[in-house]
Design a protein around this ligand. Sequence first.
Ligand code: BG6
Length: 512
Amino acid sequence: MTVAKTVKMSNQGLAQPGDPCVIVIFGAAGDLTKRKLIPALYNLARNNLLPKEFAVVGVARAQMSTQDFRQKMSRDVHEFAPISIDAQLWDWLENRLCYLSGEFQDPNTYEQLQNLLAQIDQENGTRGNYLYYLATAPDFFCDIIWQLSNIGLTREENEQWRRFIIEKPFGHDLDSARALNKNISSVLKESQTYRIDHYLGKETVQNILVFRFGNGLFEPIWNHHYIDHVQITVAESVGVEGRGGYYEGAGALRDMVQNHMFQLLALIAMEPPLSFEADVVRDEKSKLLRAIQPLSAEDVLTHTVRGQYGSGTVRGSSVPAYRSEPRVAPDSCTETFVALKLMLDNWRWADVPFYLRTGKALGERVTEIAIQFKRVPSLLFRQTPIDQLTPNLLILRIQPNEGISLQFGAKIPGPTVHMGKVEMDFCYTDYFGTQSSTGYETLLYDCMIGDATLFQRADNVEVGWSVVTPILDVWKALPPRNFPNYAAGTWGPKEADDLLENDGRQWRRIDL
Ligand code: BG6
């Protein structure tokens, strides 16, 4: 689509740096810190969104001095940051990095941390505001929070704030998520708790609400009168990438559906919130997720499909079967693919199926939401073959090639009336240039300014688990007999196609 005139909107000009603070990263020697968190902090510094009074303390078991940590982060940021690094700016950030080596269960670690934080507050003017980032294995979440609480480091007084970003996985079923929430809430207020879902840091995901509620055009037709069904696809071309140990106990339903895909579903289907205030938006999301029709054991058999990849070829490279990955059982029943049909029990979405699919080692890496509108009454086009009477399709491309496109029918030029499919396409990079972001910038910044809109509230997490837990229960009781049931590099098992074909529909063929 050509653009005659582009009005660029930017909030960077308006946004102020976050509050003076120290970010304490537990698990700082791990992948997340080097790949995402430090590059995201660098990007924030580049956009003048970090306060001058700022420091980062990395805490982990690995023995390292602050000097070693700085050197390591410097090497890593040059490798993983999505943009080239300005030496002066990096020096500024590097000089604010400290490291503390210690066991997460050892009270001594927290005493040392307390001393270090007091010293930083004094030297850097960080005012006792602490953002704790729990980038550890989930087994440590409660220990860390309790130890910090015991020593008084979670107490908010004298206008100081103490906030926690808690990484996934948040529980492994409804009971464990409830127990974790209960444990956390006995020490922290909900306003101190920021449960992260990195999908909400993606610009294109945040844009779903702006697209729906910032335009008068779509909302009137955003319901069962006009929409036939919705397909949400999160396809990954990678396998488990050495994370077999974690993935064996998780599987695609826990790893992707309960969190990331339900966030996409909530944003695409929720009612308009009265404002963009955190709790108002989160109320609407919870309401929507609560409207998902519970699946009976029988529904699980007919409305869900699970798969596991066997060996195959992804983009020309051969990929071993999931069962041959390190730390994966040779007879593993863990699903690497899920397809679901969900119905929403509310007025707006009566009888509109939402089909969700996600998988690893698929042919492409693509995340999109496709909204298929109802067909027109075909009276006028009796001569046109039915497959050419394509219904309107609106596609929100979350990644890659971020954008939105609308497909509609147009007359093919000529003396007779023949209809063809055409497409209007909006591409983010054409309009706004390339975004050099890790996806964590907004989330870190929002936590620094105390905006929890893009974080999950306790009830949001629990309602997600309450939908998937019955599925997990049935799957556990009936181990799959046909795994592996799709070859790496394909679009998943045949049963996933049958799921839609039984309803007279088809998955959208996604050609990148
Ligand atoms: C993570 C999952 O939460 O999301 C991974 O644990 C998955 O298994 C990843 O690969 C996908 O994220 P993205 O941003 O690459 O789509």
